[in-house]
Write a protein of this length. Sequence first.
Length: 176
Amino acid sequence: MNQGRYRIKTFLELIIAASVLVFADQWTKMLAVRHLKDQADVELIPNVLYLHYLENRGAAFGIFQEQKVFLLLLTFVILAAVCYVLWKLPTDRKYIFLKLVCFFVASGGIGNCIDRIRLDYVVDFIYFSLIDFPVFNVADIYVTVSVILVIILTLFYYKDEDFAFLKVTGTKQEQK
């Protein structure tokens, strides 16, 4: 498949994957609002896992509280970076994992971005009490798992030269 058709196919896949993943995120948040807001926590695994409604006006671990504009801009920068990677991504099958990671990062960013735009906060509702982990949501899982996978892929699967496609080259003369 030529690079142009591959790029179009990749962005169509991104739209489909993000639609499904963002729908799942927004659906779980709607359920959290409907069933958890102003209610006692729901204990799923005693002393380990709870459903706990929280309106987060910041980012991960409560940082950047009340910084909506900054967080929206950061999300758009990350989405632009994801699109850049997908645009430059070679057609080689070994990049399928990187492609999937990009889909999940984009979906997580879009899911939380929708909340910030629509509500001025992000709906969080999953609490892992065993290690007193901050309350999170499905979009956060997408992003967190993706970051972990990028680290694993970078350390154990891809080599430095596999990322050469991301390097910005100089002038057209240098590219020849």
